[in-house]
Structures are given as C-alpha cells and as structure tokens.
Ligand binder design. Structure first.
Ligand code: NAD
Length: 378
C-alpha cells in the first residue's frame, strides 16, 4: 500500500506525522511511502532525510493522486478543507480530526466512501498506550505550560538562600490532573516550586502524590465524576458553582495556576471566574491549556495575553507544536504502532474484532464504525 505523508499547512502547525526512522521501518513491512516536499522542514527534518530512509519525494498533488492512505497530524482548518476537496472514494485518511466535537463533519467521510481513522478515538487501554497521541501530545503541553509560566512569572520557581536574602519558592497549582496536568506537576516540581493539584476524579489523588505534588481536597466530589473509560464526566452547573466557591481561597494563595481540565468532545469546564481572578494576587500567571475548547478561565482568550488586576492569563493554541521535533517524534511513533496493527504483507487492513481498530475507525465501506461516534451522532 502507498502511504502519503502530507505537509501540514495550518498556521502554527510545525509537526509532521512520520519521521525518516518510521519511514525506514514501515518500508521493511512492505509499505511504500510518498512524502510531500518540505513536509518535515518545520520539525527540522530535511527532504533528503526522507529519501535516504527510502521514501519517494513528491508534490502535494501527487500525494493526493497516488497515495492510498493519507497521513496528516491535524485534519482541521485549511488542511481539512484541502483534504476534503481532494480525497477520493476508496482512499484512507488517518490523523487528528476532532471527531466528537465535529461529528457531522467527519461522518461525511462515510458518505464519500473514505476510510477515516481518528487518532483521538484510540481507546485509553493499556495495549493502546503506544498509539495514544492524546497522551503523548498532552505530555508535551503540560511540560511547556510550566515553562511558559516560569518565563512570564515575575518571580523564580525554586527557593534560593542567597547573600541577598532568601527567596520563597513559587506556589504552583495545577487544575485537572490527567496526562498534561501530571506532567505539569512533575515539571514544576523539577524547577523547585511547591506544587498542589486538583482533579474531580478521586483516582487522580494517588497520581498527584506520585509526581511529588500535594492533592487539594475540596470534599465536594461524588462517585459520578468518572466515566467507565477513566475520563471525567461533565458536571452540573450546581457542582461547578460549588467547585468555584471552594476553589477561590486556594487560588488566592498561588503564584502560578496551570489549568488542564477537559471533557472529551465538550467545551472546557469553567473553573475560574472573572470574580475569582479578582481575588488572586497581582503577579499571578494563569496558563490555560483548555483555551482551544473555550478555556477553564472565564477571561481566557485564545492566543491573546490578558492582564486583569495584575493577573496574567495566557491561553496558547497548539502547544505540542512549540516542541515540534519531539512532538513529531512521539506522534510518528504512535502512528507507526497503529499502522503495525493494520499492516499485513504490505497491505493495510482493518479487523474490527480488534477493539483498538473498531474504536478508532470513523468510517469504512460507507458505514460509521466507532461506537463513541455513533453515540454522538445518535
Ligand atoms: P482530559 O484531557 O480529558 O482531561 C484532563 C483532566 O481534567 C482529567 O484528569 C479530568 O478528570 C479533569 N477534569 C475534568 N473536569 C474537571 C473539573 N471540573 N475540575 C477538575 N478537573 C477536571 O484527560 P486525560 O489527560 O486525557 O486523561 C483522562 C484519563 O484517562 C485519566 O484517568 C488518565 O490517567 C487516563 N488515561 C489512560 C490511558 C491508558 O490507560 N491507556 C492513557 C491516557 C490517559
């Protein structure tokens, strides 16, 4: 089968879905790899690195015309428009396409006869961990969020005892202790901050402790905060109001707040109101990792730095792309592992007895396959 690696064209997207090392290994499995010219440049990979690994370098038109399976990191915005305009019935498509929030949009692949696989739908089970782009990208986002906060904060993170006096360590509070939040805790801890974290899932407590942070207890959680798949469930307005009230005092003591709370396919829960920001110390920095889905803070504006009562609120988009080389390496490893599950004698096939492939497949032979997407579509 011919795999076509597309160059990302969306503004700010520097990642690429395969590295030369993946190309070489996939070739050994009998796959042919077509790489669009310049696909890896933003991740610091030259075209010649791909050809040396055994790929054929081609134009974008040729990728669309000749590839049987198209690979792209993100299938959103301009990239999605171009793909949707050029993809043909019978072709396969693999990438991140936000299937739960864009359900109607991705369902059109079934009508077009396209076999589409959405990486966001890879199940969160142990066997699928090596294919889980949400986790690998969240790892990078959590790390970067802390570096951005450390750079923007008007204070240092570690305690320092100097001839010019003792500097107190920064207090960092992480809201949402999933993959990104735990990485943020670990990174802030490594920089010497005093780190606390909070999550509505009771299971997160142990994980917060395991990365050296202190869990904050609000004592308002109940058993309905976690779904079967380990995700948080969407909470009622009443719960969110109680959470906000209990959280205001905790926030008032922090120097840095990193928010990562998310519900798959839903707008981000509002954890910090404008009123709560008023109660925070001037100089506090909030980095809102949920900015792309509406933000955990009421005042967050995507890619705009907001300053309110001396509190700086930063809501960057596409944080994994800020570390494009490593983000691409992790992303590509996830893709290679997923392809390995499907490759048989140089052909890519789908076995829906396999939970990973069934859950990840948006459409095949005109049908919607993913049970989660079917639920959303009703
Ligand atoms: P996510 O990005 O969907 O959400 C981030 C965090 O926000 C979650 O921990 C969630 O509980 C929390 N959250 C949601 N609403 C909140 C609120 N109102 N207040 C505070 N926190 C709130 O989550 P994720 O990082 O993708 O991870 C979700 C779960 O999946 C975790 O339990 C994680 O350990 C698990 N996981 C399992 C695997 C695996 O087994 N293969 C892989 C990755 C993640």
């Amino acid at each position: 089968m011919k795999i076509g690696l597309l160059k990302e064209i969306n503004a700010g997207e520097k990642r690429v879905a395969l590295l030369p090392a993946n190309v070489a290994r996939l070739k050994e499995k009998g796959l042919e790899i077509l790489v669009e010219q310049g696909a890896g440049l933003a991740s610091a990979i030259a075209d010649s690195d791909y050809t040396e690994a055994g790929a054929s370098l081609v134009s974008r038109e040729q990728v669309f015309a000749d590839a049987e399976l198209l690979l792209s990191v993100t299938i959103k915005g301009d990239q999605a428009e171009q793909i949707d305009a050029q993809i043909q019935s019978g072709q396969w498509l693999l990438g991140m396409m936000d299937p739960l929030a864009q359900a109607q949009q991705v369902a059109q692949y079934a009508d077009k006869g396209v076999t589409a696989l959405a990486l966001e739908l890879v199940p969160r089970i142990t066997r699928a961990q090596s294919m889980d782009v949400l986790s690998s990208m969240a790892t990078i986002a959590g790390y970067k969020a802390v570096l951005i906060a450390a750079e923007r904060a008007p204070r240092l993170f570690p305690m320092m005892m100097t001839a010019a006096g003792t500097l107190k360590p920064a207090r960092v509070f992480v809201m949402g202790a999933g993959v990104a939040g735990l990485q943020a805790c670990a990174t802030a801890k490594r920089l010497g901050a005093v780190v606390e974290a909070y999550d509505i899932r009771p299971a997160a407590r142990e994980q917060i402790l395991s990365v050296g942070a202190r869990p904050v207890e609000l004592n308002i959680e109940d058993s309905a905060t976690e779904s079967k798949g380990g995700y948080a469930t969407e909470q009622s307005d009443d719960f969110i109001a109680r959470q906000q009230a209990a959280m205001a005092d905790v926030l008032a003591q922090q120097d840095v707040v990193i928010t990562t709370a998310a519900i798959p396919g839903r707008p981000a829960p509002k954890l910090i109101t404008a009123e709560m920001v008023k109660g925070m110390k001037p100089g506090t920095v909030i980095v809102d990792l949920a900015a792309e889905t509406g933000g955990n803070c009421e005042l967050t504006q995507l890619d705009v730095e907001v300053v309110e009562n001396g509190v700086t609120i930063i809501g960057p988009s596409n944080m994994p792309s800020m570390a494009a080389t490593h983000a691409s390496q992790m992303f590509a490893t996830n893709i290679e592992n997923l392809l390995n599950l499907m490759v048989n004698e140089g052909q890519v096939t789908l076995d829906f007895e396999d939970e990973i492939l069934k859950d990840t497949t948006v459409s095949h032979e005109g049908q919607i396959i993913s049970p989660r997407l079917r639920d959303v579509l009703g």
